[in-house]
Design a protein around this ligand. Structure first.
Ligand code: HEC
Ligand code: HEC
Length: 554
């Protein structure tokens, strides 16, 4: 089937593309030519059939190559594979403006994709995310051939979503246009060919300006890990000899709330001049010993790098990380807590900084009006400040400053907690532990004050801080006599981490049903005699038995 597809089609398409499309991107890399050229013949301008007519993220290229190996019989050693992914990502890649909006795809975030084009909705997100689709750019013919690939490998797709079932519409639309009789996959291709073409101004500009990301040196680390809170530290990147896009990394950071210190070492490749793909593991063993994959975006000015480090059976655990080029100046990275209650005295706030001189004085630290620093000690880049908040201090965010270094809105003066919002608002866990990994789900409780309109849940609510809460599960009544809460798993009372039960039929459950279901996750906070609750929806699903999406970062 595949060979018929390729030779039936690409012979035709090599011709028509050469004739009608000056757009293809020539390929002059000997490894790509040698490993792919047997089936994807170059034309006299060096454009290889299929390959030269699309652009992709490193993950996308890696995925295609994996399919070539798994299904089309390509043989290649890992070193050649890495070189092919690197060459194609660098020369047939995405510009930063194209890659950023779909960063969630490669950062492996669990998100509810919003604003999906109607042409793709329900058609191209039936099996995988639309992020996967929008991480590519192709000529019209390549978008069409992609449809053919789907039909060749997954013949059921036509009946599932690609073709309209039932008769074509006959009515003219309200504005008098003839009825749109296109099938869903045709609408999708028309849309993609226009909105996601091979040639774009963004790519022309970026590929002309692209240069090695010279990011060797020292970086400050500001990170946030749901469940563990903020972390701050330093990262050193050392260029690998005779390479302009590979580095070894050595990072040290401290979780601000607990003081736990972590050191990790790893290796990074920067694709297309801005796409950081790394892998690190804990140098000390211990709880953080598992491998993190790192997906980050290097800013054009090479001063800021942002992204996600993640792990877990489904990449569900991890941290958001920002690296800023370290200079010699004192820089306040952040604090362990933001909330300052009116009238509170003797509150300790830890301030994390780099290039912190000895002997910082109380008068050199500012929290704005109504907050007085009464005592200060500092060591190893951490200032511990004891503060008092006036009973009549104005409610609202405060900048925090140490000497000249300011973190805007790093603290919040509040009067009372009016409501709790749980993040994420909904979450997905997956049973596992026998043959498949468990997918865990971490929740956090964020305290809010009502704001000027004195009503909860409106736009003017003031975010106070993530707060410690008591966690529990209650039934989400989806069916009569629902008993999911007894079977789906447990939430840790103090950390908000949900661990699902084992996969597979459960003899203890009526009908030997799986341990799946819907529950509410409830957070309770009591402060000053009042009790505030918030809840979020948790869906506990079976494991992913079959994957339609990339699972490994290059
Ligand atoms: C043994 C033959 C063979 C080799 C070698 C081969 N391919 Fe393919 N390739 C195919 C076939 C067959 C198809 C069409 C079916 C499909 O898309 O899987 C294809 C399709 C493609 C497509 C279009 C897929 C899409 O997403 O629409 C790309 C891109 C591609 N190959 C890249 C490569 C690269 C890069 C290499 C070298 C690392 C390579 N191929 C090596 C046989 C091969
Ligand atoms: C029936 C399920 C299904 C539907 C519906 C579906 N896809 Fe896919 N798609 C897949 C699978 C499975 C793969 C993975 C193929 C592989 O890499 O082995 C894939 C891969 C892809 C890729 C990556 C291919 C590559 O090698 O570059 C793109 C892009 C894509 N699909 C686009 C689309 C678009 C556009 C639509 C809607 C018109 C769509 N898909 C609808 C199942 C589906």
């Amino acid at each position: 089937m595949a060979v018929v597809l390729l030779f039936g089609m690409s012979a035709v398409h090599a011709q028509s593309q050469a004739a009608s499309n000056a757009a293809g991107i020539p390929i002059d890399n000997t490894t790509v030519r040698a490993t792919c050229g047997g089936c994807h013949k170059p034309d006299d301008l060096g454009r290889m059939s299929r390959i030269s007519y699309q652009r992709n993220t490193p993950e996308g290229w890696q995925d295609t190559i994996k399919r070539m190996m798994a299904l089309n019989g390509l043989k290649m050693d890992p070193a050649a594979g890495r070189e092919v992914v690197r060459y194609l990502s660098n020369n047939l890649g995405l510009a930063p403006e194209e890659a950023r909006p779909v960063a969630y795809e490669v950062e492996r975030r669990l998100i509810d994709e919003k604003d999906i084009a109607p042409e793709l909705q329900g058609v191209c997100n039936a099996c995988h995310s639309t992020g996967r689709v929008l991480s590519q750019r192709r000529t019209r013919e390549e978008w069409e051939l992609l449809m053919t690939m789907h039909r060749g490998w997954y013949p059921l797709v036509d009946r599932q979503v690609f073709r309209r079932m039932g008769p074509a519409p006959k009515e003219r639309s309200a504005d008098g246009r003839p009825p749109d009789t296109r099938h869903p996959h045709e609408k999708a291709v028309d849309y993609l060919a226009k909105a996601y073409p091979l040639n774009t101004a963004e790519w022309d500009r970026w590929s002309a300006a692209r240069r090695p990301a010279r990011i060797g040196g020292e970086w400050t680390v500001s990170a946030y890990e749901p469940g563990k809170g903020p972390a701050f530290g330093r990262l050193v990147l050392t260029p690998v000899a005779e390479s302009d896009d590979e580095f070894t990394s050595d990072v040290m950071f401290t979780y601000a709330r607990t003081g736990e210190q972590v050191r990790r070492t790893g290796r990074v490749t920067v694709y297309t001049g801005f796409q950081w793909r790394g892998r690190s593991s804990a140098a000390t063993g211990g709880p953080g010993a598992d491998v993190f994959r790192e997906v980050m975006f290097v800013d054009r000015d090479l001063r800021r790098i942002e992204g996600r480090w993640f792990t877990g059976g489904y990449d569900e655990s991890g941290m958001d990380v920002t690296l800023i080029r370290a200079g010699g100046d004192l820089t306040l990275l952040g604090t362990d807590r933001a909330s300052l209650k009116r009238g509170a005295t003797g509150v300790t706030v830890k301030l994390f900084a780099v290039n912190l001189p000895d002997g910082v004085q109380a008068r050199e630290i500012d929290f704005g009006s109504g907050v007085t620093v009464t005592q200060v000690s500092s060591s190893g880049g951490v200032v511990t400040a004891t503060v008092s908040v006036a009973a009549d201090a104005a409610v609202g965010p405060r900048d925090v400053a140490v000497r000249g270094s300011v973190r805007p809105a790093a603290a919040v003066v509040y009067d009372r907690i009016d409501s709790l919002r749980i993040t994420p608002e909904w979450n997905l866990a997956r049973t596992g532990g026998v043959s498949f990994p468990k997918r865990l789900a971490q929740f956090e409780a964020v305290a809010y004050a009502n704001g000027p309109d004195r009503r909860p849940g409106t736009d003017d609510d003031m975010r106070i801080d993530v707060v410690d809460a008591q966690w529990s599960l209650t039934e989400y009544t989806a069916t009569l006599n629902d008993d999911d809460v007894k079977f789906v798993g447990r939430i840790n009372e103090s950390t908000g981490l949900f661990t699902p039960n084992a996969e597979g039929p459960n003899p203890q459950r009526s009908g030997e049903r799986n341990n799946i279901g819907d529950v509410w996750v409830v957070a309770t906070v009591s402060e000053g005699g009042q009790v505030v609750r918030g809840r979020a929806h948790l869906l506990v699903s079976p494991p992913v038995y079959m994957r339609f999406d990339p699972t490994v970062t290059p």
